[in-house]
Design a protein around this ligand. Structure first.
Ligand SMILES: [Zn+2]
Length: 318
């Protein structure tokens, strides 16, 4: 029986898994560290894939990778976690090595695709996935198709401006939603406010983590609560913009910040109601948590390869 090999290239781990037709339980899997003291990420990637490879049985490889990247050419443009890959044609190089088609897209798009095919978004045709974690990323399914865009750079939902005078974003621009609502952004806000003289239960922790801020907020700390209110307020503005752009029937939240629960989601929902262009966008809108956890990237890569092969089959049979 034929197999698909799915690969998730994360900041700390490369994971590869082989799946049989219609199954989302891996037949074989392998993990390797992405970064070691030596260069050669590509060689480690090849070794990891070889560990699950079944000669003559694999139909395609699907890859979830950190971006920015070009899914049309299979090229990583540049990525902070893998400095040696600049304009690196990982898709074509793997195709050369293994002799099967290779499909590639960024990790947030792949998590969105996975939630649509196998997770919380099954049955929807218009889906918006947002991961709120150390960064903010997104994936959009529009009319039953993954939205990739002309350059393959659609749905960079963390880098839309919600306040041009806002904090500096990890990307170098100001006031992107990531600079207000990511985990580090919430923690940084608390640190800055304490430095400016605000009192807090965290006063002995000058550089708290987002998890510590969440704990303080649950203990009733006003500054920590206000940090989540601020993040939720801006997240509501961002999602109001996405609703006006994509008009989804479901919004799925993934990533660590979705663990913050009502601390973030109550102010978010209030802000969304206030800022949405028309209340009709909220009729029958499902807002929910991601279902697939750490496997989302891998399962998205699997779905990407399966959908691409199905499309090829359809084109051949015409
Ligand atoms: Zn940005």
């Amino acid at each position: 029986m034929s197999l698909i090999v799915a690969v998730d290239i994360g900041g700390t781990q490369i994971r590869a898994a082989a799946y049989e037709l219609n199954s989302i339980t891996p037949f074989a899997q392998k993990k390797t560290r992405t970064r070691t003291s030596e260069p050669g990420v590509f060689d480690r990637l090849v070794d990891t894939i070889e560990a699950v490879w079944q000669p003559g049985r694999v139909d395609a490889i699907g890859i979830a990778s950190p971006g920015p990247l070009d899914p049309h050419t299979g090229t990583i443009l540049d990525t902070p976690n893998i400095k040696e890959w600049v304009n690196f044609p990982v898709g074509p190089r793997l195709c050369e090595t293994f002799g099967v088609p290779v499909y590639l897209d960024n990790d947030a798009n792949m998590a969105g695709l996975a939630e649509w095919q196998y997770g919380a978004g099954r049955g929807h045709k218009d889906l918006l996935y947002l991961t709120v974690s150390t960064g903010i990323g997104g994936g959009v399914i529009s009319n039953g198709k993954l939205l990739q865009g002309f350059r393959g750079m659609a749905a960079e939902l963390g880098h839309i401006t919600v306040d041009p005078n806002g904090p500096l974003c990890g990307c170098g621009h100001r006031g992107h939603i990531e600079s207000f609502a990511s985990g580090p952004a919430i923690a940084r806000y608390v640190a800055e406010q304490m430095k400016a003289g605000k009192d807090s239960l965290l006063r002995d922790t000058p550089k708290p983590t987002a998890v510590q801020v969440a704990e303080a907020a649950r203990d009733g700390d006003e500054l920590a609560i206000s940090a989540f209110e601020r993040a939720g307020y801006y997240l509501g503005i961002a999602v109001a913009n996405y609703l006006a752009t994509f008009d989804p029937s479901i919004v799925i939240f993934g990533g660590g910040a979705s663990q913050a629960g009502d601390l973030l989601f109550l102010p978010f929902q209030e802000s969304l109601k206030k800022n949405v262009f028309h209340p009709h966008y909220l009729d029958d809108l499902t807002i929910t948590k991601a279902a697939l956890g750490d496997d989302a990237g891998l399962l998205g890569a699997l779905a990407l390869a399966r959908l691409a092969l199905e499309q090829d089959e359809r084109q051949k049979s015409r």
